[in-house]
Write a protein that binds this ligand. Structure first.
Ligand SMILES: Cc1cc2nc3c(=O)[nH]c(=O)nc-3n(C[C@H](O)[C@H](O)[C@H](O)COP(=O)(O)OP(=O)(O)OC[C@H]3O[C@@H](n4cnc5c(N)ncnc54)[C@H](O)[C@@H]3O)c2cc1C
Length: 379
């Protein structure tokens, strides 16, 4: 066991933190109010190499591992969780599905531009009638000669309206249940591919969440991703990695809220004393710090295993469940520590409180994480 960061990881955290402070922090509330997708900042993150942290350098990535990737997501989320979510969905879901299941040709065609942030990726599994029960996918892909014809729609796709490339799951054999769903790569200008509604959200408002629609969308046979019929099973593997990034997103968001609350508690005076001198506030800070530390360790443990190609279904679900639940509590306590000011938009905790809830929902709700964990425990 080694709990030390490498010198490179210390530098990485510092670099991303400084970047986030300089390039993201000044615009956070403006983006939130207007639901502005921070495209320019995303391009810059790409130039720094962090739109492809986990991919090999020969494919345009940074050639780093999941702990490094978690550090990147944490530091972005600590300032603006939406940016952490944009990078996480792009990297762990869209790009990683192509990297993990794609042919050599698909990897060479898509990965370098995705990893450099020149292209943005989105990943569409969820449908209006198929959320937690994603195997209930209704979108279809019919073989016609050498092509596939996609019909249907997807909901709640992160990055949809800014994506150059979409990875989507559709039924190719209704009778084969979970082995009848396949994954496809769709370029945004493919005829029959269009975007629908962009959601107006509680939090994560600078990330775009929207509908993706297929209307007789014709794809070349080469756009099938992975083996025919294995798209759903592959998606579950992709989600194992994705959940590490949502855990990191939760840790970073919680850290941002905690930092604000700690600072405020040492500045605010009531009854002639700093509120940090009250044991009630100290206990809140202690519980918040303990939760964040534990969540971070669980996240890094899952990342460490993933870097060693170990199966992380249980560990990633545990990290995601614990970190997201802790983060929701931490953000709530941060608002409480700021009192009335915590409810006001001039202080960042109000936004963390709204943003953080997504972590208990996206990439599988807390209830679904418990199902995943229990299934692993009982098998
Ligand atoms: C901001 C945002 C971004 C997202 N980004 C993406 C994305 O990029 N790509 C994508 O494919 N999806 C995305 N999603 C979708 C997300 O993964 C789903 O919302 C989530 O999986 C839950 O599905 P649902 O919303 O249909 O809820 P439902 O599945 O309808 O669940 C409703 C409630 O029932 C509970 N429930 C359901 N089944 C069970 C069960 N068996 N046992 C116990 N409780 C259960 C759930 O936990 C929840 O509390 C995003 C969602 C949001 C809000």
């Amino acid at each position: 066991m080694d709990f030390d960061y490498t010198p490179e990881q210390v530098d990485l955290r510092k670099t991303v933190r400084e970047f986030a402070q300089a390039e993201i922090a000044p615009q956070v509330m403006e983006w939130d109010e207007a639901q502005t997708f921070p495209l320019e900042v995303i391009r810059k993150i790409g130039e720094l190499g962090y739109m492809g942290t986990i991919f090999p350098e020969e494919l345009g990535g940074a050639g780093l591992g999941y702990i490094d990737y978690s550090i990147v997501i944490e530091e972005l989320a600590r300032v603006e969780p939406s940016v952490g979510l944009i990078v996480a969905a792009h990297t762990s879901l869209a790009a990683n599905h192509i990297y993990s299941m794609g042919s050599e040709e698909q990897r060479r065609r898509y990965l370098p531009r995705l990893a450099r942030g020149e292209w943005i990726g989105c990943w569409s599994l969820t449908e209006p009638e198929a959320g937690s029960d994603a195997a209930g996918t209704r979108s279809t892909a019919l073989r016609q000669g050498d092509s596939w014809i996609l019909n249907g729609s997807k909901t709640f796709t992160t990055n949809a309206h800014y994506a150059d490339v979409c990875v989507a799951m559709a039924v190719t054999d209704r009778g084969a249940a979970q082995h009848g769903i396949s994954a496809f790569i769709i370029d945004k200008d493919t005829p029959g591919f269009r975007l629908g509604r962009k959601e107006n959200k509680l939090g994560m408002r600078a990330s775009a969440t929207g509908e993706v629609i297929f209307e007789n969308c014709r794809l070349a046979g080469s756009q099938l991703l992975g083996r025919q019929g294995e798209g759903f099973v592959d998606s579950l593997k992709v989600l194992d990695g994705g959940r590490i990034s949502i855990a990191a997103l939760a840790v970073g968001t919680a850290q941002g809220a905690y930092d604000e609350a700690l600072k405020y508690s040492k500045q605010r005076k009531q009854f002639g004393r700093f509120i940090s001198e009250f044991q009630a506030i100290q206990f809140k800070l202690a519980d918040m710090a303990a939760g964040i530390e534990a969540a971070r360790l669980l996240t890094y443990r899952a990342g460490w295993m993933k870097d060693r190609d170990q199966r992380v279904t249980k560990e990633a679900a545990i990290a995601k469940l614990f970190a997201s639940e802790v983060a929701v509590r931490v953000a709530g306590e941060a608002v409480q520590i700021l009192g009335g000011y915590g409810f006001i938009k001039d202080y960042r905790v109000e936004k963390f409180y709204r943003d953080v809830k997504l972590c208990t929902i996206g990439e599988g709700t807390s209830e679904i994480q418990r199902l995943v964990i229990a299934r692993q425990l009982l098998k």
